[in-house]
Write a protein that binds this ligand. Structure first.
Ligand code: LMR
Length: 340
């Protein structure tokens, strides 16, 4: 009887110890953030994602672990936003020209052609209180913006020279999802095609599209210069990312992790800002040096012709966004419509 009692006590003690050990192990399990993106690890966003990972792991003492999935290895453009809403991935940094399918059309306004030519001004605008209005729209879709990363101005690439607006006629041009970009291509007489970034190289290689627009660092790191013959430095649009998270996930994080994560967001944003402009400048030089692409910088006269050709898109979009809203964006961006 006594032996049975002792055995029962020993079993109970063992069980209690296992529960405690299991509890301790569970408590030590890090929270995992999956950060998915579509560009090369060598592009500014790819580099900043790794910096974000290192800072998060350092500032949370390993309580949060970040797994970075570059080059559309986890999700492509459209899927990654759906995955974020479902909570299958916790952080993304998509171009704001891709938010239309979420049901947030307002971000497309930033694609109005030639709206922002000045890097500093663009950055200032994306960090301004005006963005609170945009943030709310995203939050209503379960997506919380943590920061904006401005990756500079777009150039065009194509398999023929694009010097005058007429040169676009009949060209199949790859665009991101935005309705404004669709209108720009149509105004130029081109045929717009929404294609995921991860499919861009192949699309251009096989002739499914004849051209596209992007920042030089993407053209360089995706080797698009191998499958395009001409590049026009037009700076007609911008590539801005929103660093976004799943709202429910972020709001549910333990309180003691909020400050270190916010610090990691701030410092990786600073890193991005320091990196992007330089990488784009370097990439343009490397593309030129490759000798594979003929580079043309639009003259002031040529640019004037492009602006004149594309102003009807600004007008057309008044019915989509409202004139007051567009005027507000003009004020923030410093854009003055040319006198016709
Ligand atoms: C594109 O689709 O061209 C870009 O948005 C890719 C990126 O994320 O830089």
């Amino acid at each position: 009887m006594r032996n049975k009692l002792l055995a029962a006590v020993a079993v109970a003690a063992l069980a209690a110890t296992s529960v405690l050990l299991a509890g301790a192990a569970f408590a030590q399990q890090p929270i995992v953030i999956k950060f998915s993106h579509v560009v090369s690890p060598d592009a500014p966003k790819g580099k900043a994602a790794v910096v974000f990972k290192e800072l998060v792991e350092k500032y949370t003492n390993g309580k949060v672990k970040v797994e970075v999935y570059p080059n559309s290895s986890l999700y492509k453009d459209k899927e990654e936003l759906e995955a974020l809403q479902l909570g299958s991935v916790q952080i993304l940094a998509p171009s704001i020209s891709k938010f239309g399918p979420l049901g947030v059309k307002e971000y497309d306004v930033f694609d109005l052609p030639f709206l922002m030519s000045d890097d500093a001004r663009a950055r200032q605008m994306m960090a301004s209180p005006m963005m609170a209005e945009f943030n709310k729209k995203l939050e209503a879709k379960g997506v919380s913006p943590l920061a904006y990363w401005d990756n500079g101005a777009h150039v065009y690439t194509a398999n023929k020279p694009l010097i005058r607006p007429e040169d676009f006629r009949g060209m199949k041009m790859r665009i991101q999802g935005s309705r404004v970009l669709d209108a720009v291509a149509r105004e130029l007489g081109a045929i717009p095609q929404i294609i995921a970034f991860g499919e861009l190289y192949q699309t251009l290689q096989t002739g499914v599209a004849d051209g596209e627009d992007n920042v030089p660092s993407n053209i360089w790191t995706q080797k698009l210069y191998d499958v395009q013959k001409h590049l026009t430095v037009s700076y007609h649009g911008r590539l801005t990312y929103a660093l976004v998270t799943n709202k429910k996930f972020w709001d549910g994080l333990p309180a003691d992790l909020k400050a270190p994560l916010t610090r990691a967001v701030k410092e990786s944003t600073e890193f991005f800002d320091e990196t992007a402009a330089k990488d784009n400048e370097d990439a343009l030089e490397k593309i030129k040096a490759s000798g594979k692409v003929q580079v043309h910088v639009l003259t002031d006269e040529e640019k004037k012709a492009w602006v004149a050709k594309l102003m009807p898109v600004h007008k057309e979009m008044q019915s989509r966004f409202g004139k007051d809203f567009i005027d507000k964006i003009y004020k923030a961006s410093g854009f003055t419509p040319p006198q016709s």
